[in-house]
Design a protein around this ligand. Structure first.
Ligand code: FVT
Ligand code: MG
Length: 378
């Protein structure tokens, strides 16, 4: 008996079949039966020892080539959406709670897009930091055609027409209340907000946005946005719906980045309760019926079960948002020397795929794509 080597591979089908008896019948072997359900331990004259068993899952892990052949899920840079923070300044500003991320000047945003595209990232989503003096309850700056987002979209589309640009649809960056909708008497008004969001979407579409991504969690906004786009002739603009967006503590660093912490209270009357799973399926059914092209779950890692449930219950592409808090947790542990950054990030992104995500929004997009390129993967 010899241990595992390439030469053990069968030369014919019949020789590959294991013996039908539960133990080999070979007088060369010293057979020591064991009791109960314990497998018998076999020792031959050379003192090689094995437990007879037909299935050995380790055979499919025995070399990198075999592991690559049987790999079920593969992440590629084309799966990524790279979120970019932008501001009106002529310089970049580091974001303290998100090491490695910056608020980009519009000029530098183009550099960042170009670099990421060199590594195969093709899709971007923009998040603006809006000066306080432009913030109002109605968030009217959200549909200023000369606002920072429409200008940024046309800059990217002019220079990189092949890039896909997504725009965030919600009032929070523009709201003096720090909420995703219009506020009255401490309440977030659903339908008046939808009206504002439709104006925002049309403004973004006119600037060249390829995909509008409503992140506000108002009821019925996907259908209203679809109708607004179509009635303006933007039938090719896609909707990436933040379908299951949870009221999560993992957004903290993002709100630092944009100075968009809620002005009062929290977002629990519109974002979902982290305790709930079935509710995400209601949201998914509605968004699909209202014309969403893609469904998103947010945050990502703590909500892999929700990604899987949406995947199993919808035929639309599913996106996962690996949010700021998840990014910052990894960065902090890496900075402490407690985790290997490349290994843990690539594992994390692969796990999103395995859970059912087709699309992954991650602040690691450029870096991960660069690692993949260095490894000769893409
Ligand atoms: N609407 C976009 C977000 O809220 C992002 C959250 C994050 O990255 O924490
Ligand atoms: Mg909804």
């Amino acid at each position: 008996f010899t241990t595992l080597s390439p030469s053990f591979l069968p030369t014919s089908l019949s020789s590959s079949l294991p013996p039908l008896k539960s133990t080999p019948d070979n007088s060369d072997y010293d057979f020591s039966p064991t009791s109960g359900s314990q497998p018998a331990l076999i020792t031959n004259n050379n003192s090689d020892v094995w437990v007879p068993q037909r299935s050995r899952p380790r055979r499919n892990r025995k070399s990198q080539a075999v592991r690559d052949m049987v790999k079920e899920n593969l992440v590629t840079p084309a799966n990524f959406i790279y979120p970019l923070f932008i501001h009106e300044e002529s310089f970049n500003t580091a974001i303290e709670s998100m090491p490695g991320c910056e608020r980009h000047s519009l000029d530098h945003m183009l550099v960042e897009v170009e670099e990421a595209m060199r590594y195969g990232v093709k899709t971007f989503v923009l998040f603006p930091k809006v000066p306080d003096e432009l913030k109002t309850n109605l968030g009217v700056e959200a549909y200023n055609p000369n606002g920072i987002v429409p200008r940024a979209v046309s800059m990217i589309k002019d220079k990189f027409p092949e890039a896909t640009v997504c725009t965030d649809v919600a009032l929070d960056p523009y709201s003096d209340q720090g909420h995703d909708g219009v506020v009255s008497d401490g309440k977030i008004l659903n339908d008046i907000t939808i009206n504002q969001l439709c104006k925002q979407v049309i403004c973004q579409a006119r600037a060249g946005s390829d995909v509008v991504a409503p992140s506000d969690m108002m009821d019925g906004r996907v259908g209203a946005i679809r109708d607004a786009l179509d009635s303006e002739g933007f039938t090719d603009v896609s909707i990436l719906a933040y379908t299951a967006k949870y009221a999560s503590a993992y957004y903290g660093p993002f709100r630092d980045a944009l100075d968009s912490h809620p002005g009062f209270g929290d977002k629990k009357t519109y974002q979902q309760d982290p305790s709930n799973g079935r509710e995400a399926l209601i949201e998914a059914m509605l968004d699909e019926a209202e014309g969403a092209d893609m469904l998103m779950v947010k945050p990502g890692m703590p909500y892999l079960d929700i990604i899987r449930r949406l995947k199993d219950n919808s035929n639309l592409p599913i996106a996962a948002y690996h949010v700021s808090g998840e990014y910052s947790m990894l960065k902090a542990a890496v900075e402490k020397g407690w985790l290997d950054e490349k290994d843990v990030v690539l594992e994390t992104l692969t796990c999103f795929k395995r859970a059912g995500a087709d699309i992954i929004l991650t602040y690691y997009a450029k870096q991960a794509a660069k690692w993949m390129a260095e490894d000769g993967l893409y």
